[in-house]
Design a protein around this ligand. Structure first.
Ligand code: C2O
Ligand code: CU
Ligand code: CU
Length: 430
């Protein structure tokens, strides 16, 4: 922290070697280390500045996924960092406590850079989150859970798609925080898991091996108005969920990903991951657990935009050929939105395969899914939503600026193979 209160972070993208399996070194990329990156953390109202140095031998960027910030600081494909160069974005945190993340965003190369290990968490805190009696001791009862699927090709991380795989690369096993076969000792009755799907293409339906219920307390952009009890939460690439699970002394339970019902047709289910299941993380409770306070009945008031106030609607058809049939072009601005206004965006997928939809700079409200009110996991602040085939979603978004007619933000499918091959568009706020 500097004298004027600015919180300063240093990130260096670099090559390394990681021993995922004993005695086998795998070439990987990481921030400040050989794989993944440090968890950054800042408070609402704080100024942050990040010194990002590119220690790779190819150009890349670092994007702050879920962060509300000026377009020039966003780290999208227009803020490339040459090998050896340093980029120093800065902004003031102006949004609620949340589990955000950061990753590269070079156009056409995002899948490759993320898959090699460039990703990390960016946690935000605020006064309300500090006051609420939630598990919040980082690494003790508040655990980061970065989920990635991988496949090993000898010592290397594979990155190729199978012949039947139209969603992108799919691994045959998962890692948590870069660890294979992970387990965690648990010392407290209530455990908060901050789930991030940092996989390039795979969607998960998380739950527990004994089907126990858990409480969803937060989505992509922060806490819900109240905890919602459920036994599955589905996360497509880029999405986050904060859940709280109750543990019993001495037990072992596994966080698992289950086959998904709403993923797609039989082809998609079978060959593109819908039917797959994985043991993701084993929780091993101590013989004695520290008591935790009960979850509060209410969490935070909603700050989500209101669809009634929308001044304009836009339509996004998710097609493999490009959103609205227009493949991404760096020099084309697709949409111009007016600062300070609310809009309703209708996102439709009739493309036969799963897609998702991510919008930079904002946290939006899901207003409708196929004409109905959204289910609880889609009621909180979202920046990325899963849009399986046959789905039409209405989103309410508010663009609060600042205005910058020359620098676009992105919207795209966050299945990174799709993003890289054209399912992305650009908007400016004026
Ligand atoms: Cu997480 Cu445009 O990305
Ligand atoms: Cu983003
Ligand atoms: Cu897609």
């Amino acid at each position: 922290v500097e004298k004027d209160g600015t919180r300063v972070f240093t990130l260096r993208m670099q090559r390394g070697r990681t021993e995922f399996r004993d005695g086998v070194g795998t070439p990987t990329w990481g921030f400040n280390g050989s794989y993944l990156g440090p968890t950054l953390r800042a408070k609402r109202g704080e100024k942050v500045r990040v010194r990002v140095t590119n220690g790779l031998d190819e150009a890349s960027t670092v994007h702050w996924h879920g962060m509300h910030l000026p377009a020039r600081m966003d780290g999208g494909p227009h803020q490339m960092i040459a090998p050896g160069a340093t980029w120093i974005p800065h902004w003031t945190v102006d949004q609620p406590a949340a589990t955000l993340w950061y990753h590269p965003h070079p156009h056409g190369r995002t899948e490759d850079h993320v898959r090699r290990g460039l990703a990390g968490l960016f946690l935000l805190d605020d006064e309300t989150s500090a006051r609420l009696p939630l598990p919040k001791r980082y690494g003790v009862d508040d655990l980061p859970v970065i989920v990635q699927d991988v496949r090993f090709d000898g010592p290397r991380l594979a990155g190729d798609r199978g012949l039947m795989q139209n969603v992108g690369f799919l691994g045959d096993r998962t890692m948590v925080n870069g660890t294979l076969r992970p387990y965690r000792r648990i010392h407290d009755e209530l455990i908060r898991l901050r789930l991030l799907n940092a996989s390039t293409s795979r969607t998960y339906a998380f739950g527990f091996s004994d089907d126990r219920a858990f409480s969803l307390i937060g989505t992509d952009g922060g806490l819900l108005e109240r905890p919602a009890v459920m036994d599955r939460v589905q996360l497509s690439p880029g999405e986050r969920a904060e859940i709280v699970v109750r543990m019993t002394a001495g037990e072992r339970v596994v966080l698992r990903s289950f086959p998904q019902k709403n993923y797609g047709d039989r082809w998609q289910q079978r060959f593109n991951g819908g039917d797959d299941s994985f043991d993701v993380l084993q929780l091993r409770a101590d013989g004695r657990l520290r008591p935790s306070p009960d979850l509060p009945a209410t969490l935070v008031p909603s700050e989500l935009p209101d669809a009634e106030q929308a001044v304009r609607g836009r339509y996004f058809d998710l097609k493999r050929s490009g959103i609205n049939d227009r493949p991404m072009k760096m020099e084309r601005i697709d949409e111009v939105v007016t600062r300070g206004t609310t809009e309703v965006w209708t996102v439709r997928n009739t493309n036969g395969m799963p897609h998702n939809f991510h919008v930079h700079d904002v946290q939006f409200r899901v207003v409708e899914v196929n004409g109905k009110a959204p289910p609880p996991p889609l009621r909180g602040p979202k920046d990325t939503v899963f849009v399986p085939h046959g789905t039409t979603m209405k989103l309410a978004l508010r663009f609060t600026g600042p205005a910058d007619p020359d620098t676009p933000y992105m919207y795209h499918c966050h299945m990174l193979y799709h993003e890289d091959t054209g399912m992305m568009g650009q908007f400016v706020v004026v």
